[in-house]
Every structure is written in C-alpha cells, then in structure tokens.
Design a protein around this ligand. Structure first.
Ligand SMILES: [Fe+2]
Ligand SMILES: [Fe+2]
Length: 373
C-alpha cells in the first residue's frame, strides 16, 4: 500500500511548502511535450453493438453535434461584471468569504473595487483552466481511440474527440474575444494532465480524464450555468454540458465492465490514482496564479485556505458531487477495505457518495431539455 508521500510527493496532504513548490516554469513555451507511453491497439472484432450501452451512446453522439461558430450567438456584447453578479450573488467575497474574518487577512482592506477585480481575475483564471483542461480531454480521448480494445468504444471516443475540439475552440474564442485573454495552465492541473497521458494503461486515461477531470468539469459547468446571468456564457456552458454528460457516462460505462474483473491489488492502484487526481484538483483551485497577478502574497492565502474546514468551502466541495458517486459506482470507494472512502473522508468530500451517478444521466442533459436541479 503506497503512502501519501509516494502518491503525492508529500507526506501531508496540506503541506503548504510542497503545494507552493509546484509552479509552472514554462509559461512562455508554445508547445509542451509529454511522452505518450501506450500501445496502439487494432481490433479485428468489428461487431457493432457488442456493448449495447456504448453503442447507444455513440448513436446519440452522432445526432447531438453542434457548431460553435453558428449555434452560439457571438454578436452578444459581454459585460464581464455581469458574469460576477450571478456567480457571487450579494456577497462580493464569493468563495473567499471564510478568509475575510481571519487574522491578518489581506482581504481586510478590500473594498468593492478590489473584490470586483478579484472576481474578474478569478473568472478569467477559471475559464482559462477549463480551456486547458478541454485540450487535455482532446488529447486523452484521441489516445483512447488508439488504446481501447473494443470497437464500440473506439467509435464513441472518435465522436468525443470532435466534441473536445469544439470545446477548446469555444472557450478560447470566449476568452479572447469577450474577456481579456488567457491565464497559462495551472501547475497542479498540468501535473495531473501529464500523469494521465504518461500512464500506459488504457483504463487510467479514462479514470483520470472521463471520471475525475470531466466529472469535476460537469459539476463546475452546471454550477456556473445555473448562476451566471451573462447570456453568451450561459449558452456556451449549456452546449458544452450536453456533451460533457455523455463523456462522463462513457467513462462510467466502460470502466464498470473492466473494473469488475480486476484484482484487489489492481484496484488499489486505481484508488491511489483517483486520490492523487482529487488532491491535484483541490490544489489547483487555490488559484496561485491569480494571487501572483494581483500582487497578493499567495503563500499567505493558500495557508489560510488550508485552515478553512472543508464544509465551509461549498464551491470547492460541490466540484466533487459527480466524482464521488461515480467512483462509488465503479467500486473504487469500497475496494480494499474502503481505502478511497477514508481518503475522501479526510479531504471532506465523502458526503456526495449517494448522489446520482452519471452512467445514465446524460439524456437529461440533452439540448432542449430543462436541466436537473
Ligand atoms: Fe469537453
Ligand atoms: Fe469532455
């Protein structure tokens, strides 16, 4: 059984110095190269529909394609402050409320102007990270087309590659044309995406991307879609979510079959990877790059964030509302005497385990439907 030190590179999940030591050192690079270690697999078994649930998903994907250039109304004039009104409600501090009352808080002297600036930077940062994550999904899914041994999964993954290209395209366009451009990729997110691509086992791509990264994205997009009053972003998120729900279902349906066959030792490796991914994503939301850009001491903010009890970090916690039930459905929570259940309890996200999983939920996200509350 691996220790936290072996899994995360630090013995204490909340080790401030170790978290801060992970920084993006090549922000000016145009390309970033990762070794893709996997074997490309041909299959000579062309029987379409041998896996009916995947076949159904593939047929659904073929008739659910949309065009980011023509289906979204790019003529809308975006007022960035309007994005914030919905997201933060009447509380200007938004997700950082808990930090305002702490001793020596840099937020103590914040007025409306500073909160607005922080809100806009955070928004820009967040959408930039989603854009980078979408590119991660594009690469990972192209890899799945090569590495998964089943024809129904190759067919479906091919449709997801197209979906992800469209997602990168629309987030990039929104940031460039309607906001003020991009933030570079967050170092914790980059580390996670690199790890997912580096792993040679085909199911690890699914686990890292379809279950963890996309599970988080689906929850975050749902949250932002519900709250934002900016019409173009709302429309964009609605379209992206209709695809994203299928992607998460693809992960759950594919892995459910495969994980039922694995030994305890093999399951433990998957549990450890899920835990590592969860911690990287939590660390990412400390948004170190934003503090740096605003001239605030990031180390102090991250130290304060680590002190907030998890149940007061509602936004951060909600991001796990799809991941945890999906891990449960795959048997990852309970294998090996509940190893991952204990880890998810420690980082304060276990309470979502009985929420709806995303194996069958995608129909309710189809365009034209009212979204589930
Ligand atoms: Fe996507
Ligand atoms: Fe996706």
């Amino acid at each position: 059984m691996a220790t936290d030190e072996q899994i995360l590179g630090r013995a204490d999940v909340n080790d401030l110095e170790a978290i801060m030591a992970i920084t993006n050192t090549d922000v000016d690079e145009i390309v970033h190269t990762v070794k893709d270690n996997a074997d490309a697999i041909f299959t000579w078994d062309y029987e379409k529909g041998a896996r009916p649930a995947l076949n159904k998903l593939y047929e659904k994907a073929k008739t659910s394609q949309w065009n980011g250039e023509t289906d979204l109304d790019w003529s809308i004039d975006v007022d960035p402050t309007k994005i914030l009104v919905g997201l933060q409600g009447s509380n200007a501090a938004g997700p950082f409320q808990a930090l305002t009352e702490m001793a020596d808080s840099p937020f103590a002297k914040f007025g409306d102007k500073e909160w607005e600036q922080l809100g806009l930077e955070s928004m820009n940062w967040r959408l930039s990270q989603f854009m980078h994550g979408e590119q991660g999904a594009l690469l990972c899914t192209a890899k799945i087309v090569e590495t998964v041994p089943w024809i129904d999964a190759k067919y479906y993954a091919a449709t997801q590659v197209m979906d992800e290209a469209r997602h990168v395209e629309v987030f990039a366009k929104y940031l460039q044309e309607k906001l003020t451009g991009f933030y570079p990729i967050n170092a914790h997110l980059k580390m996670l995406l690199d790890d997912i691509i580096l792993d040679s086992r085909w199911d690890m791509t699914y686990l890292g991307m379809q279950i963890m990264v996309e599970g988080l994205a689906l929850a975050a997009f749902g949250f932002m879609h519900m709250l934002t009053e900016e019409p173009l972003l709302k429309q964009l998120l609605r379209y992206v979510m209709s695809d994203e729900a299928r992607h998460v279902a693809f992960g759950v349906l594919s892995l459910k079959e495969y994980y039922a066959e694995l030994t305890d030792a093999e399951m433990l490796e998957r549990q450890e990877f899920a835990f590592e991914a969860a911690v990287r994503m939590r660390d990412r939301f400390m948004q170190q790059e934003v503090w740096e850009r605003m001239g605030i001491d990031g180390r102090q903010i991250v130290r304060m964030l680590l002190q907030v009890p998890p149940d007061q970090m509602i936004f951060q916690q909600m991001l796990f509302s799809k991941i945890v039930p999906n891990c449960k459905k795959l048997g990852l929570l309970d294998a090996n005497d509940g190893w991952l259940r204990k880890k998810f309890t420690d980082i304060g996200v276990i309470q979502f385990e009985d929420w709806a999983d995303t194996g069958e939920e995608y129909d309710t996200f189809a365009l034209g439907q009212e979204l589930p509350a």
